[in-house]
Design a binder for this molecule. Structure first.
Ligand code: 47G
Length: 388
């Protein structure tokens, strides 16, 4: 299992923010280098619309032909998300410089990195970003670092012509051992991207302005292929309505406040509080009181020092776990909380304590029970959840 709090990324970006600016006060002149940001597939009409929008406040009005052509040039579509064994992670095919890599789309980190099995060969397609490096540590103790290229990245029908691709020159054992995983595509906020000396944008931030709508969706499934959608909401993928909550971007995560929880048919109590939605984390990590309340309802469950968390007899019928977010209540079926066998008749729980993390992580065990919308269509980001 894995989780993706990017401790090192946070430190790196904090350091960037705190770095003292070079003292230019004694110079009579200076130049500012132009730096190419990530680019989307070029579209004349979209560029024109950006210009019209920029000058709309002083009366510019786009001709309807330009409005129509720009709308037609916008991108949207989906890519499959294929589970590894036990839904440890979900891998999505991504074309990077014309090579297909299977990447773990991770809303808990912001680097597009290939730590995979020497699959990304930048020499054939990429342009080296000379002097640029990256280094990341994930919450599960894994990490990687290396060099940076710009290359064409295609996810489903959505293209970024110039995306920062971080090629690993050193990886931890977790990446070497996960032979199906060719790397990660970060979908957290670009403020925690670890590239130095200039932070890079995530794939989503790179293509955002070219999407039909600036949002992406996660439709993960239990032991089955799901999908990520970019630029649109597929109404066939959820039932009922989508309930939205505000997101704090202060830590670079899709962070929100979750409400009360309930176990099985019990009454709701307590509050989950500060939480993130993290597709790159396999399990749910929630406050101790909620974990204790949950496993009280499972005979034979114990917090095992040896296993590193709560385990129970694999023959157990597990209760559902419910959580209220923004006034709507979502149910994680008990069957999803039987994460994986330990090999001795016990199974490892899909709900674990968030001890030492400082907030709740709604990882895949929760997200595969819902349809999630990572939405930047409003004046500030928001998260939407609906039932699948
Ligand atoms: C993360 C770390 C981040 C070894 O798929 C992975 C991984 O594989 C995702 C390591 N949560």
């Amino acid at each position: 299992m894995q989780y993706s709090l990017t401790a090192a990324a946070l430190v790196a970006s904090a350091t960037l923010c705190l770095a003292a600016p070079a003292d230019i006060s004694k110079r009579s002149s200076f130049v500012v280098d132009q730096v190419a940001a990530g680019q989307v597939l070029k579209s004349g009409p979209i560029q024109m619309m950006q210009t019209y929008n920029k000058y709309a406040k002083v009366g510019a009005v786009a001709p309807s032909a330009v409005v129509d052509a720009a709308a037609a040039a916008k991108q949207s579509g989906s890519v499959s998300a294929n589970p590894e064994q036990y839904d440890q992670s979900y891998l999505c095919p991504v074309s990077v410089g014309g090579q297909t890599l299977n990447l773990d789309f991770d809303t808990g980190s912001a680097d597009l990195q290939s730590s995979g099995h020497a699959k990304y060969n930048p020499s054939t397609s990429g342009t080296k970003k000379s002097g640029y490096t990256w280094k990341i540590s994930y919450g599960d103790g894994s990490g990687a670092g290396g060099t940076v290229y710009s290359d064409k990245v295609v996810v489903g029908p959505v293209t970024a012509t110039s995306q920062a691709v971080e090629a690993a020159t050193s990886v931890s054992a977790q990446f070497t051992q996960d032979t199906d995983n060719d790397g990660l595509l970060g979908l957290a906020f670009s403020s925690i991207n670890t590239v130095q000396p200039q932070q890079q944008t995530t794939f989503f931030d790179t293509v955002k302005s070219s999407l039909a709508s600036p949002l992406f969706t996660a439709d993960l499934k239990h032991a089955a292929a799901g999908s990520y959608g970019f630029g649109y909401i597929d109404s066939s993928k959820y039932v009922g309505s989508i309930t939205y909550v505000p997101v704090s971007t202060a830590n670079g995560f899709w962070e929100f406040t979750a409400g009360a929880y309930a176990v099985g048919s019990g009454s709701s109590s307590g509050s989950i509080g500060d939480a993130i939605a993290d597709t790159g984390t396999s399990l749910m990590y929630i406050p101790t009181a909620a974990v204790t309340a949950y496993y009280k309802q499972v005979s034979g469950a114990q917090n095992s020092q040896n296993a590193g968390g709560y385990i129970f007899p694999c023959s157990s019928t597990l209760p559902n776990f419910k959580v209220t977010i923004g006034g709507a209540t979502y149910t994680v079926p008990g069957s999803y909380i039987n994460y994986a066998p330990n090999g001795d008749g016990t199974c490892f729980g899909g709900i674990q304590a968030n001890t030492g993390i400082g907030f709740t992580i709604f990882g895949d065990v929760f997200l595969k029970a819902v349809f999630a919308v990572f939405d930047q269509t409003q004046s500030s980001p928001r998260l939407g959840f609906a039932n699948q």
